[in-house]
Design a protein around this ligand. Structure first.
Ligand code: ACM
Length: 269
């Protein structure tokens, strides 16, 4: 059994110091094995150009991200946090995965959403699964809009993920149908850490963009049922105990195995 914690809060755009302080306060008393924070949780979301995103971005070993390494080592936990990553001339919408022993891995968002296409490079890390170094649990990561592409969660399930962690900045509500389906169709737990609050930015053409992030952070079980859910506006940490090993037998009745019954000889694409 492992404890998974999902952190929901309101990052403020362009105030990384303030956002990191909020995060530190929220996690200071947690006893847990996995912590999932929202997408772009250190910088805020609404970049308007690649130059702006690049200027705000960190490399994975930046001291700005020390807090995540510290949580990982003091809690013996895996910490998954969305951040803007710079690498050479590129900037990615990434998730940092901080391991208890100090190792860092990075997942770069594969399916950019809306104006992200003008601000970030397309993720090229591909999908991978991490063995929790302390607990018997395999963890996969995807970021927000990756939910709309079932191939992302399916790839992680095929790699053996027990739990998919999804740092998010979701602005719709349709994801609640889609994410639950990703959990059910892959027989995996799915932890969505969404943010709340509003960001208003002036766009290069002079118009104003207002984005409302709708919270509702949730942990789905492997039947797509919500085990716990935050409301749309609250700052909240949800911690729940789950059994990762229960996801490994992919049968859903005596005859059907979710992954083995796939008809890859018929599928297109
Ligand atoms: C999103 O991918 N931030 C909706």
């Amino acid at each position: 059994m492992i404890n998974v914690s999902i952190v929901q809060f309101t990052p403020e755009f362009g105030r990384p110091g303030h956002n990191l302080q909020q995060i530190e306060r929220l996690v200071e008393n947690l006893t847990t094995d996995v912590v999932v924070l929202p997408e772009l949780c250190t910088t805020g979301y609404s970049f308007i150009s690649k130059e702006e995103a690049f200027a705000a971005a960190d490399s994975p070993d930046s001291y700005t991200l020390d807090i995540f390494r510290k949580i990982a080592s003091t809690r013996q936990a895996l910490v998954i946090a969305g951040y803007a990553e710079k690498s050479g001339d590129n900037v990615y919408n990434s998730a940092l995965i901080a391991m208890p022993g100090g190792e860092i891995k990075v997942y770069r968002k594969s399916h950019l959403f809306y104006r992200e296409k003008e601000c970030f490079d397309k993720g090229d890390s591909g999908f991978f699964v991490i063995n929790h170094p302390v607990k018997d649990c395999k963890i996969g990561v995807m970021v927000c809009n990756d939910w709309r592409y079932p191939e992302a969660a399916r790839s992680l399930a095929l790699l053996g993920a027990d739990v998919i962690c999804c740092p998010s900045n979701l602005v719709s509500t349709v994801w609640q149908i889609g994410m639950a389906a990703r959990a059910l169709e892959n027989k995996v737990y799915l932890a969505v850490a969404n943010r709340c609050g509003t960001e208003v930015r002036q766009l290069p053409d002079g118009t104003r963009q207002t984005l409302l992030f709708n919270g509702g952070s949730v942990l789905y079980d492997y039947n797509g049922q919500a085990l716990a859910k935050a409301n749309t506006t609250e700052t909240k940490v949800i911690t729940l105990q789950i059994d990762p090993i229960a996801t490994r037998d992919k049968h859903f009745n005596a005859f059907n195995d979710l992954l083995k019954d796939r008809r890859t000889d018929l599928y297109i694409g």
